[in-house]
Design a protein around this ligand. Structure first.
Ligand SMILES: [Fe+2]
Ligand SMILES: [Fe+2]
Length: 211
């Protein structure tokens, strides 16, 4: 059964996938491969979404965890400020057109991001999963996603779905179908179909009610 927290796992996986794309481009650029600037530039929108996600966690998830397991969330808040600093370092290196420093900054960003997401999956969200009733989990995840500006939601769909594997696509779509008003979900569905292109068919096969 799909639960709301599966949506958080899905977006974490999208972050991992995009960071890997960016980091590979940074390394190959530093090795002299031309033409990777557009791929490297993904880091800007990636970070916009990461910041919305982090602020959503600080608004909805960390206070909930604090109530269930005092003094745990503070370490994750520190991680978030570390991610902000990692982004600033990468943006500065790109602005300076320093390919070597860009690769170093990207590698540091990726390392910190991967550790942070792995801790959240295995520890922070485990506390919610094990100690919070399911309806409360749903409310917390709803509040978490409220930090995405409404008018940017289509861009988030276009970014996220191609980066995710089929299980995460199924989970995210199923959750939205459950929680969104029908007209809002219809818009989201159109966006997902457009983002996935030929890969839409597999998602529609897994969720027959999409047809
Ligand atoms: Fe986080
Ligand atoms: Fe997170």
């Amino acid at each position: 059964m799909t639960v709301p927290l599966d949506g958080v796992i899905a977006i974490h996986n999208a972050f991992r996938a995009d960071m890997k794309i960016v980091d590979t481009a940074a390394l190959e650029s530093a090795r002299g491969k031309p033409g990777l600037e557009p791929t490297l530039e993904r880091f800007r929108f990636f970070n916009e979404i990461l910041v919305w996600h982090a602020h959503g966690e600080e608004l909805a998830i960390f206070p909930a965890v604090e109530a269930l397991a005092p003094l745990v969330a503070e370490a994750y808040l520190r991680d978030h400020r570390g991610l902000d600093a990692a982004y600033e370092a990468l943006a500065a290196a790109v602005a300076a057109r320093d390919a070597l420093e860009t690769a170093r900054a990207s590698a540091a960003f990726k390392f910190h991001l991967d550790i942070h997401l792995a801790k959240e999956d295995a520890h922070l969200y485990r506390i919610l999963r094990e100690r919070m009733p399911l309806p409360e989990q749903g409310k917390a995840v709803g509040l978490l996603s409220s930090t995405v500006p409404q008018d940017r939601f289509p861009e988030v769909i276009a970014w996220m779905f191609p980066l995710m594997g089929i299980e995460d696509r199924v989970n995210m779509t199923t959750i939205w179908q459950m929680v969104m008003p029908a007209p809002v979900f219809y818009q989201a569905r159109q966006g997902i179909q457009k983002a996935l292109g030929s890969e839409w068919a597999e998602l529609a096969r897994r969720i027959p009610s999409l047809n």
